[in-house]
Design a binder for this molecule. Structure first.
Ligand code: FES
Ligand SMILES: [Fe+2]
Length: 408
């Protein structure tokens, strides 16, 4: 029997192995050629993607491979894992994960698949989504994993396994990359990905007046299994043109879509700003400096980070929307409302929160009508031809360029 190693040896590399991506399947040749052509058009001639880009299982598999398994994804607020010992269970693109916070305050993202016989270490049937842990103990045969610092994920104990030839020191849960950006937990399933922060630095500058990293989550709504391709939802969240139709009675009277100023961005993120109209203008938050640079104007700043996150910031509240695909024509949506620190302690906040929840649910119901209706149109026969973009849909045009960069 080979003696097992114990104690304080350096842990083995904890990153999951990567394999080179296979080439795009032959079946995608036409769709990718169309994407290449569309992404090269100027905005003034911009058109939507073809309907098959929203229904094809082959393209979806390619997006998972080239985007979702390589890109930084916004998966939570850091305050959902508030203290040393806190955890949050997550499932991302079929990868079961747990986010933990160690004694030093550092976050870790670990696989939740036991290294013994593949049990979910925190099964939803018996473990809450959030909670506290000193160690992670498998409920099946009680193998236990450490959660501290560089040893996070390392096997700590396995009953009766000293009697067999077993490399204990080499047994650990795969760990994934995690960063905190403006208080959001960003996760990357690719161990070789470049850091998230540098690419988002320009967006940090635009958000700097708000102090979003300190804002407090007060409510999260979850819509699972929405019957639409993830890009339909992201595109819906990336333009305010639809305020005048979808949200005619809710958002448009206070945030008229037609007044939206869309910034000229390219790459991974975009911003746009809609001024508050009429009496709603009396907000006191940072707003946006008027083009003259004199007075801050109250309104809604939208900051989008491809592929799956949009943040809408008002003077006194913000909403973060995260989408994760669950198949070619389904996705989950998570919407988190946040307020500046201290606000939850102010008198009358409970009533304000009740109103905020109801308003969010109503607006989301309106958006669900839109994304479901669009998906039905995309799946119809004969396939409709590509539509034209308005100037307010610049972020969708930018999204095509982003997709081309990742998928071609
Ligand atoms: S599957 Fe986890 S201890 Fe057996
Ligand atoms: Fe909407």
């Amino acid at each position: 029997m080979t003696p097992h190693r114990t104690g304080a040896e350096e842990p083995a590399a904890s990153t999951p192995p990567t394999t080179p991506a296979p080439p795009a399947p032959e079946a995608l040749r036409g769709t990718l050629a169309e994407l290449r052509r569309l992404a090269a058009l100027p905005l003034g001639r911009g058109r939507t993607l073809p309907p098959r880009a929203y229904t094809s299982p082959e393209l979806y598999a390619w997006e998972v491979e080239r985007i979702f398994r390589r890109e930084w994804l916004c998966v939570a607020r850091a305050e959902e894992v508030p203290r040393p010992g806190s955890y949050l269970r997550l499932d991302v693109l079929g990868t079961p994960l747990v986010i933990t916070r160690d004694d030093e305050g550092e976050l870790h993202a670990l696989s939740r698949v036991c290294r013994h016989r593949f049990m979910d270490l925190l099964p939803p049937e018996t473990a809450p989504e959030h909670g506290r842990l000193e160690r992670l103990t498998c409920p099946y045969h009680t193998w236990t994993y450490r959660l501290n610092g560089q040893y996070a994920g390392q096997l700590a104990g396995a009953p009766l396994m000293r009697r067999v030839d077993f490399d204990r020191a080499g047994c650990r849960l795969p760990a994934y990359r995690v960063e905190v950006w403006n208080g959001f937990v960003m996760l990357n399933l690719d161990p070789d990905a470049a850091p998230a922060a540098p690419e988002l630095h320009g967006l940090d500058l635009r958000l700097s007046g708000y102090g979003i990293e300190d804002w407090v989550s007060v409510h999260t709504q979850v819509w699972e299994g929405v019957p639409a391709n993830w890009k339909v939802a992201v595109e819906n969240g990336s333009e305010n043109y639809h305020h005048m139709g979808t949200h005619a009675a809710t958002l448009d009277p206070v945030l008229p879509g037609r007044d939206t100023e869309v910034d000229e961005c390219d790459g991974r993120w975009f911003t746009m700003f809609t001024p508050l109209s009429g009496p709603e203008r009396s907000g006191t938050g940072p707003g946006r400096r008027a083009r003259s640079g004199r007075e801050p104007r109250p309104g809604m700043l939208i900051a989008g980070v491809f592929p799956q996150f949009v943040l809408a910031v008002l003077p006194d509240s913000a909403v973060g929307i995260r989408w994760l695909p669950t198949g070619p024509a389904t996705h989950d949506t998570r919407i988190t409302a946040m307020v500046p620190p201290g606000v939850p302690d102010t008198p009358g906040f409970a009533e304000q929160l009740t109103g905020m929840r109801a308003q969010l649910a109503r607006i989301q119901e309106e958006d669900l009508v839109a994304v479901r209706g669009v998906q039905r149109g995309l799946a119809s026969h004969p396939a409709p031809s590509n539509g034209r973009f308005s100037p307010l849909e610049r972020p969708l045009w930018q999204f095509q360029r982003y997709l081309a960069q990742r998928l071609l």
